[in-house]
Design a protein around this ligand. Structure first.
Ligand SMILES: [Ca+2]
Ligand SMILES: [Ca+2]
Length: 439
């Protein structure tokens, strides 16, 4: 912990998962703190600031079980009156607006099924509030009043983990490198578009990145600099107007949480509890490195249970472990990300082999299950529009490489999400909330 930074309070929320604790906006006026209970009690709670419960709902009881490998990772966002949640998974998916005061559904908008962990954002444009969602290959705009989808921008890939960041009408979109994709291809989906909300509006692509890609953290923007953080802590600072690279630096800290811009500094919250602080601007300058805990004595959760390749998060998760494991054997995630899983790949290979309808050992494009079609160009090495035995072998090898070391990488404590309010950062790991304030 750096000089001048005090740890105000650590608390122990139970059963939290990937979602960030709460949105950065509005949380003090209503005192809303939203806990993700998707894995255990299968719902969401809205808490007031003294910790008492205002209302509680079980979305899985109401709308069906949540089906993906890592649980609900999307953070809720909020307006003055509404809490907006994106529940996008392999089952029936939806974007939901809930009245913060009462817990009642105000609207529910269906979404295409897919594995996604991105969070919706609220944007005010020309006096109208919109919900923007970047996920599953598209960027979609919704009317905040009734949840009606207003427009969509397609042609993206790898955009199911990072969320977009808006500055006025400019939307900075982040995407990861898709399975079997290249950095160069992924950079095409890391872009800036200018939104045009007129009925016949065209959303103009201002630039596409040449090299910058995201990983789990979403892009952030401060004046003429946009910050894209790739895996292994490689930071791209790019010109927010032109997309040209100001600099690329290795931060040396892997971040799963989205950085925060504050006071002309950018704070990068490493998953290992190391926070790197840089001066915001076109030239790299590191201001400080802060430690949330002693790296030699990391605060292992007392109730920690390792369930599946890491991600054991305190009490309440153990009971679903066996169910999750059996589901995992059928896993078929072609491009979506999420933190590394030890089980990825095996299920997809089995599904591929099963889809060989004419039994010739080659999966032709028309035999390929629809949710795997998107990845065909990336695995079809000889470009004959089919996947043969050698190409399947290459896929298997790629999965094997990804699995290496993933268990250790997914072990709590991990810094998953951060919010800023009242001069303090609220940082959450799998089982704890830390409040860090300057004084
Ligand atoms: Ca075949
Ligand atoms: Ca082929």
């Amino acid at each position: 912990m750096a000089k001048g930074v005090t740890r105000l309070w650590p608390v122990m929320p139970s059963r939290v998962q990937f979602a960030s604790v709460f949105d950065r906006r509005h949380w003090t006026d209503e005192g809303s703190v939203c806990r993700d209970l998707s894995r255990s009690e299968n719902g969401r709670a809205n808490l007031v600031l003294d910790g008492s419960e205002k209302w509680k709902r079980s979305l899985t009881t109401e709308f069906g079980a949540f089906e993906n490998n890592h649980g609900l990772g999307s953070s809720p966002t909020q307006t003055k009156d509404l809490m907006i949640i994106n529940v996008e998974h392999k089952g029936p998916s939806y974007l939901l607006a809930i009245a913060k005061a009462t817990g009642r559904t105000m609207w529910k908008s269906d979404r295409a099924s897919g594995s996604s962990w991105t969070s919706p954002i609220v944007l005010e444009l020309e006096g109208k509030e919109l919900i923007i969602l970047s996920s599953g290959g598209t960027i979609d705009g919704y009317d905040l009043v009734d949840g009606k989808q207003l427009w969509t921008v397609g042609g993206l890939s790898g955009n199911s983990v990072p969320s977009p960041t808006a500055v006025g009408p400019y939307l900075f979109v982040g995407a990861r490198i898709p399975e079997f994709g290249s950095t160069q291809d992924a950079a095409q989906s890391n872009l800036c578009i200018k939104l045009d909300t007129t009925p016949a509006g065209k959303h103009e692509v201002m630039w596409r990145a040449s090299k910058a890609v995201c990983d789990y953290a979403s892009p952030v923007v401060d004046r003429d600099c946009a910050y894209y953080l790739k895996s292994a802590g490689v930071l791209f600072c790019i010109d927010s107007a032109t997309g040209e690279t100001h600099y690329t630096e290795r931060l040396g800290t892997t971040c799963w949480a989205t950085p925060i811009v504050a006071g002309e500094k950018v704070f990068f919250f490493g998953k290992d509890g190391t926070t790197q602080v840089i001066k915001s601007g076109p030239t790299f300058f590191k201001v400080a490195t802060n430690l949330l805990w002693d790296p030699k004595n990391a605060p292992t959760p007392e109730t920690y249970k390792e369930t599946h390749g890491g991600h054991g998060h305190g009490e309440g998760v153990g009971g679903i472990a066996s169910e999750e494991k059996s589901k995992a054997a059928e896993s078929t995630e072609p491009t979506a990300g999420g933190p590394p899983s030890g089980r990825r790949g095996g299920g997809m290979m089995a599904m591929l082999l099963k889809s060989d309808a004419n039994g010739d050992g080659v999966i032709s494009a028309d035999e390929l299950p629809s949710d795997l079609k998107e990845m065909l160009p990336r695995v079809d090495l000889n470009e004959d529009n089919a996947i043969d035995a050698a190409e399947m072998k290459a896929m298997e090898e790629s999965f094997r490489k990804r699995r290496e070391g993933s268990q250790a990488l997914a072990r709590d404590p991990i810094v998953y999400g951060v919010a800023a309010a009242d001069g303090a950062f609220i940082i959450r790991t799998g089982t704890r909330l830390f409040c860090v304030g300057g004084n």
